[in-house]
Design a protein around this ligand. Structure first.
Ligand code: ARG
Ligand code: ZN
Length: 881
């Protein structure tokens, strides 16, 4: 484990290295405890660099066995080696030389899951961001691009399959039961994209013919016996390859494309050139074991990693400050893909819910950072919702501002101009300026300035002068180390909606640039006057969520109800109803704190019924509308002095009011939605299941709801319905005989399927109430759990600490005590996963004072532990500041 050195990396300190490594030849002789790695590197001094400049290579915990230059061992005086660095002080005067480095590593003992490690007896690698330096000494930075040839040797019985990046060159047997394979990747790449896999795996094959008629062999490798679970992933891969050709003109460039699923993985997946490595959770699926949400995630992540082949691999990042260059853009691309494969409106609503749930709290708390950060202590802590999700929103805004065609022209220019390069955000913005002739410098603040902007909007209508006025004021709240903010360029899509639901015409507008339904906010305050408006319209703001901002709108409740029923923009229509729900929940929260019963307007509960039964709307849309804002959403909108128990009670009260008011309608609809057709994971079928399952959730609150949920559970023919019913039983009828039986039945059936048991852990970890911390403690000793496996840790501990408001934030602080112990225990093996877990307390300052004090104690207890890793120290210290 790398302990913290306190070093801070700064964007302004970037300079290219003195040396380059145009060619890299690696030989691996694999063995679990002692793998030999021989690196033969062609090193080149850059022009103008003095011959006396030392060559300083990165390492991380390495054991050096041999170092030679141009065939001669180095004299001890000519180099210095520590586990974390190899400095060659005497470098040949020739501009090019050959450097040979031999190291030994122990994959079996590597629990950090960075570098070369073993997962269920399979050798695999994870090199992004800085894992390659755990394999050999190297210039382990993304602006050093090298052509790799890799030879893997292993015992054939242990590892019949040998994979690396690029195309296969040759393979044959060696003596003593060993064999080898050689792979060559012709595309120069940074070390973070290197990958190796060796083991005994099952294979699913297919092929794809690219737009120019080249045939690509596709392979998905999984644990033997699980081949039949890879079909959906393969289908998603082929759809992704076709879509990228059609939407962006991006064609695949190697003869093979392989995906390997492993069961121990720190993140979702990794885009290594020609050899993507996946968390098996995002590959394996069938109706018995995967929910519709799992299918959708698989489709999105397969696409995401595949799309990186152009946005990330062919064009990579100059340095890690530019991470959003590949991640924000690739998320945008996978969002568009899913929108095209499924329902665009539903996808957009789901994206915005995710952004608000994960990115807004980050941007509004102590861990806030710009989409392109300027400093970091540990880069692994910057694989964040801000870099990924807000990064994607920024690309979307560029498209909104430029329009589809010009945006596409800019992307074409990007591919043309920067193919084969390690680029920056400035390069990215420049292609759109050049393609459009527009100045995007103010817009670029979206990359440079942290914090969620707020727009305050009010409107007036003057029937006499037929003028409608919008007053819009922007502000960006201060964030850590950025107290003063500059004014942003915010593209605000809007609509003026007349009483008949149709757009209201206006003759002219002044006070801001308004184009294609978008108001361009650039100043602190705009007074936007629309003339020729006879009747007062309802304003629909931030249509399609055109900008990732918060809105403070003075709007009549009547207008909100009107828009929730009539807005022609599906997103805004959903938003209007969601705002109504949020306002009602906040009011209920205050009533509960004041000791008063919560009452809800009948027009709200009626509208819920109307949406549920509106056959003109897609079922998936209706399901999303009926899903109440989560407890965390409500807490975020309240902002401060949060009592999670009162938030929970307000949400339960509203759910009960909606269920009670719509009992008959919900129950008829529930019966009517039974699906007798054969299972299909497609979006329309999934939407019907989603609607039926949310109706079950409401109905479970009414008399006989428990029996209904138990029936639903026992008659389920797929995991979506089964998991939904189990959640309802475990959460709403905690401790009931039905809940206990369902949990036991589920466990009995799926005990040997770790990915399904993750759901069982998650469902129990998210049961509301103070008793859950004890359940979770007990489950850490269950055979389905393991502290060493990130999926298990995230399912049990991650779910408890970031998705169980009443359980985790238990008033006596026991949830936090458990959290401190567990984070420190996970850290001993895997600092990256521990650091991610620790972000669960990032919003501690918005809690009521009692819980706040206890949360702070828990954070201090972590901060004061000895030998903290760089990963965990960075998160905890920033959270406490
Ligand atoms: N580039 C990967 C993806 O977004 C994520 C890998 C991050 N890994 C890490 N150890 N930080 O697809
Ligand atoms: Zn990515």
């Amino acid at each position: 484990m790398r302990t913290d050195t306190g070093q801070v990396f700064k964007l302004e300190d970037y300079r290219p290295n003195d040396y380059l490594i145009p060619e890299t030849n690696l030989t691996f002789r694999l063995s679990p405890q002692a793998t030999r790695v021989i690196a033969v590197l062609t090193v080149e001094r850059r022009g103008g660099v003095s011959a006396s400049a030392p060559l300083v290579l990165d390492g991380d915990g390495l054991t050096l066995l041999r170092v030679e230059i141009d065939g001669r061992p180095l004299e001890p005086a000519d180099y210095m080696a520590t586990p974390d660095q190899l400095t060659i002080t005497t470098v040949p005067a020739t501009p090019r030389f050959q450097l040979v480095i031999e190291t030994e590593v122990a994959p079996a003992g590597n629990e950090t899951l960075m570098g070369l490690y073993r997962s269920s007896n399979v050798y695999c690698t994870q090199c992004e961001a800085e894992g390659f330096r755990r394999i050999t000494y190297f210039l382990d930075r993304p602006d050093v691009l090298s052509v790799y040839t890799v030879r893997i040797e292993a015992r054939r019985d242990e590892a019949p399959l040998l994979l690396s990046n690029g195309n296969p060159v040759e393979s044959a047997d060696l003596t003593d039961g060993w064999h080898y394979a050689v792979w060559h990747d012709p595309f120069p790449k940074p070390s973070y994209l290197f990958a190796l896999v060796a083991g005994d795996l099952g294979k699913v094959t297919d092929s794809f013919v690219t737009m120019s008629g080249r045939k690509v062999e596709l392979g998905i490798y999984v644990e033997p016996g699980k081949e039949m679970l890879a079909g959906y992933a393969m289908d998603a891969l082929k759809r992704s390859m076709r879509w990228d050709e059609e939407a962006f003109g991006c064609e695949y460039d190697l003869g093979v494309f392989n995906i390997v699923a492993v069961s121990d993985f720190n993140m979702g997946a990794m885009e290594n050139k020609g050899l993507n490595i996946f968390n098996d959770k995002y590959v394996l699926a069938d109706q018995e074991t995967a929910t519709d949400a799992d299918f959708a995630n698989i489709e999105a992540i397969i696409a995401h990693e595949y799309f990186h082949n152009w946005t990330g691999n062919r064009i990579t990042c100059r340095d890690w400050f530019q991470l959003c260059l590949k991640e924000g853009l690739t998320v945008f691309r996978d969002h568009e893909f899913s929108a095209d494969q499924r329902s665009r409106a539903v996808k957009r609503i789901a994206e915005v819910r995710t952004l608000r749930a994960h990115q807004f709290p980050e941007d509004q708390g102590p861990l806030a950072h710009p989409v392109r950060p300027r400093r970091y202590r540990e880069i692994n802590n910057f694989y964040t919702a801000t870099v990924y999700e807000k990064g994607s929103e920024v690309v979307r805004m560029i498209r909104t501002i430029l329009g589809d065609e010009t945006f596409r022209a800019g992307m074409n220019l990007y591919f043309e101009r920067h193919d084969g390069q390690a680029a920056t955000i400035e390069d990215f913005i420049k292609v759109f300026e050049d393609a459009s002739g527009r100045d995007l410098q103010q817009f670029a603040l979206w990359y440079h300035q942290a914090g969620t902007p707020n727009l305050t909007v009010s409107s007036t209508h003057n029937p006499g002068s037929r003028e409608f006025t919008l007053e819009i004021e922007q502000s960006v709240p201060p964030t850590p180390s950025e107290s003063r903010k500059r004014l942003m360029h915010i593209p605000l899509a809007f609509g003026l909606v007349g009483a008949d639901g149709e757009p209201v015409a206006y003759s002219s507008v002044e006070g801001a640039t308004v184009e294609n339904g978008v108001i361009h906010i650039r100043k602190r305050r705009h007074v936007v006057r629309f003339s020729g408006v006879a009747e007062r319209p309802a304003v629909s703001l931030n249509r399609g969520f055109s900008a990732p901002v918060t809105l403070s709108v003075e709007q009549k409740a009547d207008d909100q109800f009107f828009l929730a029923g009539h807005d022609s923009d599906a997103f805004s229509r959903w938003q209007a109803f969601n705002t109504i729900l949020t306002d009602a929940l906040i009011a209920a929260f205050r009533q509960i704190l004041g000791g008063k019963p919560s009452v809800f307007a009948s027009r709200l509960t009626d509208l819920a019924g109307k949406i549920a039964g509106d056959e003109t709307l897609e079922p998936a849309y209706r399901a999303l509308a009926l899903a109440l804002p989560s407890e965390a959403d409500i807490a975020r909108d309240i902002g401060k002095n949060i009592d999670p128990d009162a938030v929970f009670r307000s949400r339960e009260a509203l759910a009960l009011a909606i269920a009670t008011a719509n009992k008959k309608l919900f129950s008829d609809l529930y019966d009517h939605l039974v699906d007798d057709d054969a299972f299909s994971p497609d979006a329309a079928s999934a939407g019907r299941r989603a609607l039926r399952n949310i109706l079950l959730d409401y109905l479970s609150l009414l008399p006989a709801g428990r029996e209904l949920a138990a029936d639903h559970f026992h008659s389920a023919t797929n995991m979506t319905d089964r998991a939904a019913a189990l959640t309802v039983l475990a959460h709403r009828h905690h401790g009931s005989p039905e809940a206990i039986k369902a949990l036991a039945d589920f466990e009995a059936v799926y005990a040997d399927d770790p990915l399904v048991m993750d759901k069982w852990l998650q469902i129990q970890a998210s049961v509301p109430g103070p008793q859950t911390v004890d359940t979770v403690r007990a489950l850490t000793r269950h055979s389905a759990f393991s502290m060493a496996n990130p999926n298990r840790v995230r399912s049990l501990i991650g779910t408890f600490s970031s998705a169980n408001q009443t359980g985790f934030h238990r008033a006596d602080g026991d949830g936090y005590r458990f959290f401190t112990e567990t984070v420190l225990e996970v850290e001993k093996r895997n600092p990256q996963v521990a650091a991610r877990l620790a972000t669960a307390l990032r919003s501690w300052r918005s809690l009521e004072p009692g819980r706040q004090a206890k949360a702070r104690e828990a954070l201090l207890a972590i901060a004061n532990a000895e030998n903290l890793s760089a990963d965990l120290r960075d998160i905890v210290e920033r959270t406490l500041v």
